[in-house]
Design a protein around this ligand. Sequence first.
Ligand SMILES: [Zn+2]
Length: 105
Amino acid sequence: MYCEKCKHVFEGERCPNCRKGRVRQVTPDDPCFLTEKGSPWDGMLEDVLRQNGIPFLTGGRLGAGLSTYVGPILEVTRFYVRWSDLERARGIVEELFGADSGDEA
Ligand SMILES: [Zn+2]
């Protein structure tokens, strides 16, 4: 199932992230939450995804304006990939960062 709010893919009737029941079946082109990384790991992951030909979206947790106030060190980049690429992308993340890092908050 797929949560449109958090872009999480999971099994079951409720999103484990936001606990909302507003979920639907995932389709291959849905952007799915992959992981979130701060600098410098985000740049590294971007490079590797590009090398593997996996299209991705990124979203910073902080707005560009805000991050100039609190400093770039707190900025975290969220990565989303298409459902059809998610498994492959997860494998890449595990290779780069280890098996436990996929869901770190
Ligand atoms: Zn959710």
